[in-house]
Design a protein around this ligand. Structure first.
Ligand SMILES: Nc1ncnc2c1ncn2[C@@H]1O[C@H](COP(=O)(O)OP(=O)(O)O)[C@@H](O)[C@H]1O
Ligand SMILES: [Mg+2]
Length: 171
């Protein structure tokens, strides 16, 4: 587990870019953090770096949006899904099996449901005196935690951690 500080949303986008370089078909990316923490900012940049050309909008109200990048990609938001059976309807397991890369906001609810391997990124606001203007402009700091879990990432974990370590001071 790596934990470090993102100085602003540009830094958040740089993290997405750094991780996108290592992602392949059938990967599961879990995004966690409270409302407004930066999950969609991160996801938008991740998808763009994965080759999605169209504009990425928040899937909060539609639950799933499908994109085509260098692989098929599903951007999912399960904030409003409480019942695990409702998650079944989204067929995330099948999509992963079919080679889709799946990014899930509020994905902590899905941990363990789709196999043992996932990349989890957690954003936390830092209690500083960042003003509302700075928040809105993306100029606030976040603690971020990156966890690379399961056999699916065995061959990639060291390189991902090394790439992060080149840019951020990691705890
Ligand atoms: N370091 C940062 N990283 C990401 N977003 C930030 C950062 N600092 C401020 N922000 C702001 O926080 C908000 C994050 O919104 P969003 O990504 O939609 O949150 P979530 O999807 O987690 O609910 C945006 O308004 C963004 O400008
Ligand atoms: Mg969001």
């Amino acid at each position: 587990m790596l934990r470090f500080v993102l100085e602003n949303s540009k830094d958040t986008r740089l993290l997405a870019e750094t991780l996108a370089n290592h992602l392949v078909s059938s990967d599961l990316v879990i995004l966690t953090g409270e409302l407004g923490a930066g999950k969609t900012v991160f996801a938008r940049s991740l998808l763009s770096c994965l080759g999605v050309q169209e504009q990425v909008t928040s899937p909060t109200f539609v639950l799933v949006k499908s994109y085509q990048g260098r692989m098929p990609i599903e951007h999912v938001d399960i904030y409003r899904v409480d019942d695990p059976e409702e998650l079944d309807i989204l067929c995330i397991g099948e999509l992963l099996d079919d080679g889709h890369l799946v990014v899930i906001e509020w994905g902590e609810k899905a941990i363990g449901m789709f196999g043992p391997s996932y990349l989890q990124v957690t954003f936390e606001r830092i209690d500083t005196e960042a003003s509302l203007e700075e928040e809105m402009a993306g100029d606030a700091k976040r603690f971020v935690t990156v966890e690379i879990v399961g056999p699916g990432f065995t061959g990639r974990r060291t390189q991902i951690e090394a790439d992060i370590g080149k840019i951020w001071r990691v705890a």
